[in-house]
Design a protein around this ligand. Structure first.
Ligand SMILES: Nc1ncnc2c1ncn2[C@@H]1O[C@H](COP(=O)(O)OP(=O)(O)O)[C@@H](O)[C@H]1O
Ligand SMILES: [Mg+2]
Length: 256
């Protein structure tokens, strides 16, 4: 299963991605978790040991690698480079693994003017496409509000896009925008996941204001998320209620 998680900043995408990663890993799936946020923090949410996280370099910052694979210096525009650089070895070589979860950080691609193509964006696109096509494992992509990492070429390969929203009008407004983008690039299935819900009124608000998206499930507001952050532990370990809610979400996903 290949899933992408999107939504407004701060709604709980990274928290949900970390919960999904442990849920699948505990069901004996191999999990590849991709941090596509320009400022990576999925490793912390997963409670990866600090030395493992420090040993990771986001792919977009691996200048030597980008040069070697594309034939162009990163950040240079208008130069000639290979459009199909080799990337199949990257997920295993440049990821960190902990408790059955492999973590890969993509890093930030500086986008120039409209339609800019630069060496690092060619490499990252090729990497994401190759992962979605070739990797025989559960792939979870923690994105930010945009879906441009997906693009048209990769969109058929994502099984579902989960759009996360809090019980706020603003985050549901962003969900509606993302839904529009996702429709344009023809992602097959997309769902809304309610996050930080504290009451039935919160659930009702999200369901009533969903931009026409089926609600896959809800993640409760839980002070254990804060404790997990402070103690550098996985939310999955400290918040059994959220782990249970995530299992229900995975069951819904499996039903298709
Ligand atoms: N279910 C939850 N209950 C309480 N706090 C949460 C919950 N989910 C996320 N948070 C808090 O909200 C903030 C943003 O969460 P995060 O998962 O990083 O969001 P995003 O990845 O969408 O930016 C963090 O401070 C996190 O501790
Ligand atoms: Mg995040």
């Amino acid at each position: 299963m290949k899933l992408a998680v999107s939504g407004k900043g701060g709604v709980g995408k990274t928290t949900l991605t970390s919960l999904l990663a442990y849920t699948f890993a505990n069901q004996n799936y191999n999990v590849l978790a991709i941090d596509a946020d320009p400022s990576p923090c999925l490793g912390d949410a997963l409670g990866f040991p600090r030395e493992l996280i420090q040993g990771l370099t986001p792919i977009a910052e691996m200048h030597e690698l980008i040069h070697e694979r594309t034939g162009a210096q990163p950040g240079t525009y208008g130069s000639i480079f290979k459009m199909n650089p080799r990337v199949d070895d990257i997920p295993d070589r440049f990821s960190a693994t902990h408790r059955g979860i492999k973590l890969l950080e993509l890093g930030a691609v500086k986008m120039g003017g409209s339609g800019c193509i630069c060496a690092e964006s060619v490499l990252l696109k090729q990497l994401v496409t190759t992962i979605l096509l070739q990797r025989n494992e559960v792939v979870l992509m923690d994105m930010y509000a945009g879906v441009e990492h997906l693009g048209r070429a990769t969109s058929d390969m994502v099984d579902a896009l989960l759009i996360v929203a809090e019980p706020t009008a603003r985050s549901l407004g962003t969900a509606a925008q993302i839904k529009q983008l996702a429709t344009d690039i023809k992602i097959p299935r997309f769902y809304l996941v309610g996050s930080k819900v504290a009451s039935q009124a919160d659930r009702d608000f999200i369901a009533a204001n969903s931009p026409g998206l089926p609600v896959l499930g809800f993640i409760s507001a839980d002070p254990a998320v804060l404790s997990a952050d402070r103690e550098h532990k996985p939310v999955y370990d400290l918040a059994p209620k959220l782990a249970e809610e995530t299992r229900a979400i995975v069951e819904e996903l499996k039903k298709g």
